[in-house]
Design a protein around this ligand. Structure first.
Ligand SMILES: [Mg+2]
Length: 415
């Protein structure tokens, strides 16, 4: 790892110690699992998988016992049953979190792909399906093709939908969505390898179709139409965003953030949420003005950079655990983007940048860029993440974000 700034003289600027390029010390927060809750996103991810397998619009399989038939406007109780079933009491979420998968679109995509492959393998083993679904004129596979594929599957194939959790050898040692997608392609039945190779990558036509359904579940039909300017596929969806809840009492979070600000830190955000899913909850909670608007990197910036970078047909991902969003939040436009994209990354002076995150993806990203890392135990897995964070070299593990100002004061790591 490059540490170009080490041993260089720090200057004083307005009484505040800054590095030679005038960048102040920053503390960059992940959002979901740190400040905002992630529950509604996991609901959306489970509902997407349910819909693609069991809606007559897509594969149209008969659901196995215990899983309700598909409906476009399920009650909160039904959503909870679907999630418990589809995510195996959330063990599947934990599995992919441990694999440093950060985006919930990727979570839905990987879970759907995993079960589709298992289903095809099982059917092939039983002599049920041996050839790849056909695509006219070499078209790229998309969710619109699922209806035709479903026609070639026995309706009762849905009964085989679930095998236990995703704890299988296929994913051993793999980290991040790119490696996991590559692994899934390798375990696909041979007739499907070519098809899945085209399908199993970020931003494939299939991935984008799934993302659209996810967004419709999250925003609801009406809000989706307003935000994206297109007709929703299922107008009846109410939208999960209306049921978002803060992770801790808002007053306590606000007190902690303002205290950190008073200690002289600039507060930034690096989140997998798109910009239009970040502002409304933070504004509603009265936390938006705690953060420096120039130190915020969302999925929107990540996606734009990915599109520029992959214009020549590359398939690279800048999503966490890639450190791009944290580097972008730290440097803003003051550094060339290329130094945030590939190794060696622009690295940071020790203790000048702290990252606060709830997941392995945040820790890996922080480590890649030389930032100090505080793990909080409010994400998926709760206190069980303590051992994981310690093993992976976190600088501190704290119960939640309200303990951060006290830790920084005690550590003397003030701006
Ligand atoms: Mg998180």
């Amino acid at each position: 790892m490059s540490c170009r700034w080490r041993n260089r003289t720090r200057q004083m600027n307005g009484g505040k110690a800054v590095n030679e390029r005038g960048l102040p010390a920053k503390i960059i927060f992940d959002m979901d699992g740190v400040i905002t809750g992630e529950e509604r996103y996991w609901d959306a991810a489970a509902l997407v998988v349910w819909e693609l397998f069991f809606s007559p619009r897509y594969l149209g399989l008969t659901p196995p016992g215990g899983l309700p038939p598909f409906q476009p406007d399920p009650s909160p109780g039904c959503i909870s049953v679907v999630r418990r079933f589809v995510f195996d009491e959330d063990r599947t979420v934990a599995f992919f979190k441990r694999k440093a998968v950060n985006s919930n679109w990727d979570l839905a995509f990987l879970v759907f792909s995993f079960h589709l492959i298992r289903l095809f393998r099982e059917l092939q083993r039983c002599g049920g399906i041996l050839s790849a679904p056909s695509l006219p004129n070499g078209e790229e596979p998309g969710i619109a093709h699922l209806w035709e594929w479903g026609n070639s599957l026995p309706a009762a194939a849905g009964e085989r939908f679930f095998s236990p959790s995703a704890e299988e050898a296929w994913a051993e040692g793999a980290r991040g969505e790119l490696e996991l997608m590559a692994r899934l392609t390798r375990v696909a039945p041979p007739p499907l390898e070519g098809l899945l190779e085209r399908m199993l990558r970020p931003h494939s036509l299939f991935w984008r179709g799934l993302q659209r359904i996810f967004q419709e579940w999250y925003f609801g039909g009406e809000k989706y139409a307003e935000l994206y300017g297109e007709k929703p596929l299922e107008p009846a969806r109410e939208g999960l965003i209306h049921r978002e809840e803060p992770l801790l009492p808002v007053g306590e979070i606000e007190k902690a953030l303002r205290q950190i600000k008073r200690q002289g830190w600039v507060l930034g955000i690096a989140t997998g949420r798109p910009r239009n899913e970040l502002y409304p909850p933070l504004k509603q909670m009265g936390l938006w003005d705690c953060f420096d608007p120039r130190s915020i990197a969302t999925f929107t910036e990540v996606e734009e950079a990915e599109q520029r970078m992959n214009a020549g047909g590359k398939r690279l991902s800048l999503r966490k655990p890639h450190p791009f969003s944290f580097l972008k939040a730290y440097f803003g436009d003051k550094e060339p983007e290329r130094e945030m994209i590939s190794r060696p990354f622009r690295s940071l002076p020790a203790q000048r940048c702290w990252v606060v995150g709830d997941a392995l993806a945040d820790l890996v990203a922080a480590r890649e860029m030389g930032a100090s890392f505080i793990g909080v135990l409010t994400g998926h897995g709760g206190s069980e993440n303590r051992a994981l964070f310690q093993r992976e070299g976190a600088d501190a593990v704290l119960p939640d974000v309200t303990a951060v100002p006290g830790f920084l004061a005690e550590k003397g790591a003030t701006a």
